[in-house]
Design a protein around this ligand. Structure first.
Ligand code: ADP
Ligand code: 5GP
Length: 202
């Protein structure tokens, strides 16, 4: 018998704020029951419609420091004046149960995960142009003018790291980007290393 092992794929998705990461990840999650989104902790304020425990765990700076002290994070980083971190335990539990776990994290955190988990699959998702990125950030209507400027500045730094990722998705047409993310996860799941070694015969 030929059997796949029951370990999920750890998928890192990075890219400038406003590129469409949340949009594309949430659409792929609706298509695939084998995906779990890693809910991060953050010290930033919730945006309208964001739910604690669903989009993020919203923390005070003190609560965030406490989690760092307890070594609760797989990675953590500062981004545009706020702290963000990936709680480690849920990621490992979900992977062990066979779910493919998606991390939506910025480039410094992604570098930490690539170092700690060389098996992780890394994807850089970018908008078709900087002008379009600015349009999307303004269109989203969730950030002040100052935050939009900070996020556009950060985008330049983030682009300079794109070559460190295994895959790049250009989120121009959303349907195409969803198909590409779905295809990458499927292809990675078919890698021979996910099949039980030595036990596969006809
Ligand atoms: P991120 O999670 O990368 O910060 P979002 O998913 O919040 O980005 O998307 C930013 C804005 O761009 C949202 O208003 C979203 O609806 C819009 N958006 C996402 N993908 C596309 C696309 N392919 N074409 C046009 N607008 C998009
Ligand atoms: P936003 O405030 O727009 O939700 O996210 C800002 C940036 O923080 C995005 O680039 C997003 O990918 C990143 N981010 C979200 N959660 C985490 C996390 O747990 N760790 C790190 N390093 N970055 C994160």
């Amino acid at each position: 018998m030929t059997t796949r092992n029951n370990k999920g794929v750890l998928v890192i998705v990075s890219g400038p704020s406003g590129a469409g990461k949340s949009t594309i990840i949430s659409r792929v999650s609706q298509l695939r029951p084998d995906i779990r989104f890693s809910v991060s902790a953050t010290t930033r304020d919730p945006r309208p419609g964001e739910i604690d425990g669903v989009n993020y765990y919203f923390k005070t700076q003190e609560e965030f420091w406490e989690m760092i002290k307890l070594d609760a994070f797989l990675e953590h980083a500062e981004y545009v004046g706020n702290s963000y971190g990936t709680p480690a335990a849920p990621v490992d539990n979900d992977l062990a149960q066979g779910y493919n776990v998606i991390l939506d994290i910025e480039v410094q955190g992604a570098a930490q995960v690539m170092e700690k988990r060389p098996d992780a699959v890394s994807i850089f998702l970018c908008p078709p142009s900087l002008e379009e990125l600015e349009r999307r950030l303004r269109g989203r209507g969730t950030d002040t003018e100052e935050k939009i400027r900070d996020r556009l500045m950060a985008a330049h730094r983030e682009y300079s790291q794109a070559h460190k990722y295994s895959y790049i998705i250009i989120n121009d047409d959303a349907d195409t980007a969803v198909r590409e993310l779905d295809a990458i996860i499927t292809a990675e799941r078919c890698r021979s290393k996910y099949f039980l070694e030595g036990e596969n015969t006809l």
